[in-house]
Design a protein around this ligand. Structure first.
Ligand SMILES: [Zn+2]
Length: 225
């Protein structure tokens, strides 16, 4: 069964939102210093690489990631190429509108490939984000999860977080920081489970897209979700 890895490698090099806690891993026991095993701990923002925001991240009445249904995080998903007209200069703070989706929505999970944040280890501010209109548009078509290959569904400098609020209003789950550059547009099976961290605002996910699930009857279990 072929699958695409769509989470970046987690290391101390991974870029995080300006001012947020970078990933750090410390060894408390190490073979190299004579210990009988290797043991380590980490310190990190939960918004690390590919991650799921919980509604408690962007709304006072939201909930912890442990309370969110897992259903949006696995099952049939559609990858859509987003190609916006204009030079890269004009793309700064550009949001995706319904008319930018050039294809029909055919799955309850939609992953948008913008190619506007190409290197997970290098922060750049001018990534493409969502408009509240496109969130409402997808909600009206039964979408339960939206994913994007940028660090946020709103522009970096947004304080109103309009698209996050639209996600809250429509109870849509979200994946940010995906790596989609090697994935052709099409239909896949997504697996991207957040950890059940009590009351947390987010969790990193190990996300994969499984190709051609119809050829593998053993995947029936996840086929209809
Ligand atoms: Zn986030």
């Amino acid at each position: 069964m072929k699958y695409f890895e769509i989470s970046p490698l987690i290391s101390e090099r991974l870029a995080v939102f300006p001012g947020d806690q970078k990933f750090r891993r410390d060894l408390s026991l190490d073979f190299k210093t004579g210990a009988h095993l290797q043991l380590s701990s980490i310190q990190t923002t939960l918004h690390l690489g590919a991650h799921a925001d919980s509604s408690g991240h962007y709304h006072m009445d939201g909930e912890g990631i442990d309370k969110r249904s897992l259903h949006p995080f696995f099952g049939k998903a559609q990858v859509i190429d987003i190609e916006l007209a204009g030079s890269s200069q004009n793309l700064k703070e550009r949001r995706i509108y319904p008319q930018d989706l050039k294809v029909e929505i055919r799955a309850p999970r939609v992953l948008l490939k913008t190619n506007s944040f190409p290197d997970p280890n290098f922060w750049q501010s001018d990534f493409i984000s969502l408009s509240p209109e496109v969130v409402d548009f997808m909600a009206a078509r039964g979408v339960s999860l939206i994913g994007i290959d940028t660090p946020s569904v709103d522009p970096e400098t947004s304080k109103a977080l309009e698209s996050h609020q639209a996600l809250f209003k429509n109870n849509i789950s979200v994946l940010e920081g995906l790596v989609l550059n090697a994935v052709p547009a099409g239909i896949y099976q997504l697996v991207a489970l957040p950890l059940a961290i009590a009351d947390a605002d987010a969790s990193p996910v190990r996300a994969i897209l499984i190709e051609s699930p119809e050829r593998f009857p053993q995947s029936d279990l996840i086929k209809n979700i």
